[in-house]
Design a protein around this ligand. Structure first.
Ligand code: G6Q
Length: 552
């Protein structure tokens, strides 16, 4: 990435730790750190209802957090003092808030309705967004109906998205999440890893005559994706044996027409997007082409409508009734005051099995930053580690540590009122577990309770649950395309809220550069004829030598 020599103009806030609300929160934390959720609930019988917010079809219960009305008041003040309102307006109106890359941040324009106006550099970008969506819809329909044929005249039955990072995680997560709505007579696969096993396993049972590759890369220069795309081309040509076949079996999603053409893909089969769409915010741009082929344009648009509804909520709801703002502030509360290192995301919905992986990139690539917008080293914690697995599986593995370990791990439980696969009493059992886990974490079980059950004294400490472990519960009616859009946008805007408070650039990712540069250098040193590895530290040199001797 090239960077110009002039630093961007920006207004620098007062340092976070100097803000009056921050100082007040520090003092307030001292009075909160030992307060127990048992007491907070006992002294306020209405707490469960009072600290629940229903908006945009999401019921957000945040009563099981270690907060009082005063905590919330101070956190909301922190949002005000951090200029969240102005930053939010700046994002929605296309200001270049990604200051290190000097770019606007307008993923919200990707889901704006046709009649909206969003001006970037004097131009309304909404018509272009819809033009691409319409082209994607036309293409998807042709593939789905069989009108788009492979080179030998067979219809396309397999679609493979080749991409990595933001050009993979969104599409694969959305495909898995919306699988219920997908074409069951077609196969969808996702190849991302430069490990050849990924490609080999994704294609080993497929017929090239029936396979379409969607090469998804914003830059069209990413090492992994270009390597996999070349391998895909060789794999396809082995069967199809004619360069002309490429036009029928390869389409591109990219902002780089020159590179797409060089690769040999007809730019008529290229779907574009714009530099104001960050990779990890791109699943509702043309990067979603494989999702659209899987679920159809109508369902894709329903997903966009869900995103847009949450955008509107974030933009217009007062902060105290604003889902992403409250979620973001709670994350800051635990990360900076309680010293929580992680957040667990626990969807009680099998279709959301890739949602935690998707959120890892969204949250950690966005807020894993150690300097402020002004380039100062921060003296507080920024983005926590996000992780998780679908319930109930996690309950039989890592929940032990959440319940009885020494660390504080705030949890997000996600559940749906209706299942897409009603089978006996499975769904009641599933939801009973969501509710039970939140209850157990918050209230635990005292030594008296345990003793009263007849537990011998020596065993009592082992069976005590201290409780006071915080969680949010997010409930939705059903996993529809709209619901998925709302959920993703909720986390996007929560991440934005956190980034504003921490005064960091949530939209760049310089941290991925160094490893890429070093790998490029090392590639040339691995072959037997390459230069001997000499310019590294002794550990890296020894590892390279070990590999060179054994690589065969
Ligand atoms: C996301 C990052 C990164 C990016 C990949 C793929 O925000 O920028 O994950 O999406 O590196 O990049 P390309 O789409 O350019 O291949």
């Amino acid at each position: 990435m090239s960077a110009s020599a002039t630093a961007p103009q920006m207004s620098v806030n007062e340092p976070l730790t100097q803000l009056p609300a921050w100082k007040a929160l520090e003092a307030h934390y001292e009075s909160m750190r030992n307060r127990h959720l048992r007491e907070l609930f006992r002294t306020d019988p209405e707490r469960g209802r009072r600290l629940t917010l229903e908006a945009e079809g999401i019921c957000f219960d945040y009563s099981k957090h270690r907060v009082t009305d005063e905590t919330l008041r101070l956190l909301l003040e922190l949002a005000e003092q951090s200029g969240l309102r102005a930053r939010l307006d700046a994002m929605f109106s296309g200001d270049r808030i990604n200051i290190t890359e000097k770019r606007a941040v307008l993923h919200t324009a990707l889901r704006a309705p046709r009649n909206a106006t969003i001006v970037v550099d004097g131009k309304n970008v909404v018509p272009e967004v819809h033009e691409v969506l319409d082209r994607m819809a036309g293409f998807s329909e042709r593939v789905r109906s069989g009108a788009w044929k492979g080179f030998t005249g067979k219809r396309i039955r397999n679609v493979i998205n080749v991409g990595i990072g933001g050009s993979d995680l969104g599409p694969v997560m959305a495909y898995e999440a919306l699988r219920h709505y997908s074409r069951r007579d077609m196969t969808f696969r996702f190849v991302s890893n430069v490990d050849g096993t990924d490609f080999a396993e994704a294609t080993q049972d497929l017929d090239a005559e029936e396979t379409l590759f969607v090469i998804s890369s914003k830059t069209f220069t990413t090492l992994e994706t270009m390597t996999n795309a070349q391998t895909a081309r060789e794999w396809a040509l082995k069967t199809l044996k004619d360069e002309k076949a490429i036009a029928k079996h390869f389409v591109a999603v990219s902002t780089n027409a020159t590179e797409v053409e060089k690769f040999g893909i007809d730019t008529a089969n290229m779907f574009g997007f714009w530099d104001w769409v960050g990779g990890r915010y791109s699943m509702d741009s043309a990067i979603g082409l494989s999702t659209m082929i899987a679920v159809g344009p109508e369902n894709f648009r329903r997903m966009l409508a869900g995103f847009h509804a949450m955008d509107q909520h974030f933009r217009t709801a007062p902060f105290e009734k604003n889902l992403p703002v409250l979620m973001g502030l709670l994350t800051v509360w635990y990360a900076d005051f309680f010293g929580a290192e992680t957040v667990a995301v626990l969807p009680y919905e099998q279709y959301l099995k890739r949602f935690p992986a998707y959120l890892q990139q969204l949250t950690m690539e966005s807020n894993g930053k150690h300097v402020t917008l002004g380039g100062e080293r921060v003296n507080y914690q920024t983005g926590p580690i996000f992780w998780g697995e679908p319930g109930t599986n996690g309950q039989h593995s890592f929940y032990q540590l959440i319940h009885q370990g020494t660390r504080l791990i705030p949890c997000d439980f996600i559940g749906f009122a209706k299942t897409l696969n009603p089978l006996g009493n499975h769904h009641d059992l599933l939801l009973a577990n969501v509710f039970a886990q939140g209850e157990a974490l918050a209230f635990g079980r005292t030594a008296e309770d345990v003793r009263a059950e007849g537990t011998p004294d020596w065993l009592v400490p082992h069976r005590v649950f201290e409780g006071n472990r915080p969680s949010s519960t997010l409930l939705l009616a059903e996993l529809t395309p709209e619901a998925l859009g709302k959920l993703v946008a909720l986390y996007e805007h929560s991440v934005f809220t956190q980034g504003v408070i921490w005064q960091i650039d949530s939209f760049d990712q310089w941290g991925v550069e160094l490893g890429k540069v070093l790998a490029k250098k090392i590639i040339g040193e691995l072959g037997a004829s390459g230069p001997a590895a000499g310019s590294h530290d002794s550990s890296t040199t020894a590892l390279i030598e070990w590999y060179r001797k054994r690589r065969g």
